[in-house]
Design a binder for this molecule. Structure first.
Ligand code: IPE
Ligand code: IPE
Ligand code: MG
Length: 259
């Protein structure tokens, strides 16, 4: 029997059909931008210099993603665990985000890019929250690529926040636990309006998720690039996209040819 993602064997609504049918360009690429510190260390520079260069690599990656027709790009810029870094590094990273929004927002807006921010707002400086709100508000109606910035983001924290909302709704009698669905959870995640990533790229040779998009990565393809993030250029990005296009995505079914 030939089974394809369109056969009746998979439950409707659970198959990212659009993604399954695309054989070339992923609709949503999520990137774990890793290796800034090692890049700097290898050059005898302070770690902060790696982060500074990493911001340039981010600008290049956004441009390249647009040129390749990618609809959503998510970048992991600060994790909920990154607070455990030395205070000077944390404050440098906060300043870098601030500068990124202040300097690049108008250019992103002109490029018709919609900016979304995921992660916890609680615990962030009010000034930073205001900038993030401004970036989202200004670009809300844009129709080009969506840039999702994962800032103060942790996958477990995101799921926990959703679970808390559900528990509160159940306690208030607004939700029957027996009828809880996957949709009830995904619609309460920060990514409720964003499709799941098709491709997750991690640079620097590390091969782990580090609490990134735990729920959403269920059927993502992973590409681990040996390149340190500040050196991640168009060629390195294309190599990851090429690797993706050679993958066969099955979503739990068997391949289209039945093999
Ligand atoms: C990624 O580079 C940037 C952030 C986590 C903010 P790292 O700072 O983790 O660099 P390495 O992994 O120490 O080289
Ligand atoms: C993940 O990288 C977070 C970001 C890229 C922002 P880390 O460098 O913090 O992850 P670990 O500590 O190596 O797992
Ligand atoms: Mg790292």
């Amino acid at each position: 029997m030939t089974t394809s993602p369109d056969s009746g064997l998979l439950k409707p609504g659970q198959i990212p059909r659009e993604a399954a049918k695309r054989h070339g360009v992923p609709r949503h690429v999520a990137i774990i931008m890793d290796g800034n510190g090692r890049w700097a260390n290898a050059r005898g520079l302070p770690r902060t210099e790696g982060h500074r260069q990493g911001l340039d690599a981010l600008r290049g990656a956004i441009r390249h993603a647009g040129q390749r027709g990618i609809d959503f790009v998510t970048v992991y810029s600060f994790s909920s665990e990154n607070w455990s870094r030395p205070p000077t590094e944390v404050s440098f990273l906060m300043g870098l985000l601030r500068r990124f929004v202040q300097r690049d927002l108008s250019e992103l807006h002109q490029a018709n890019i919609r900016v979304r921010v995921i992660g916890a707002r609680a615990g962030l400086e009010p000034g930073i929250c205001a900038l993030l709100d401004e970036a989202e508000a200004l670009t809300r109606a844009n129709t080009g690529m969506t840039l999702v910035v994962a800032f103060n983001y942790g996958g477990r924290d995101e799921i926990l926040r959703a679970a808390r909302q559900l528990a509160e709704a159940a306690a208030a009698g607004q939700l029957d636990p027996a009828s809880l669905s996957e949709q009830d959870i995904s619609s309460r995640l920060d990514t409720s309006d964003i499709p799941d990533p098709d491709l997750i790229i991690r640079t620097s040779g590390e091969q782990r998720l580090s609490n990134f998009l735990l729920w959403q990565a269920a059927y993502a393809e992973f590409v681990f690039s040996p390149v340190m993030w500040p050196d991640f250029d168009a060629a390195a990005f294309d190599a990851a996209l090429d690797a993706f296009s050679a993958r066969e995505r099955r979503f739990g079914a068997v391949s289209a040819g039945g093999g």
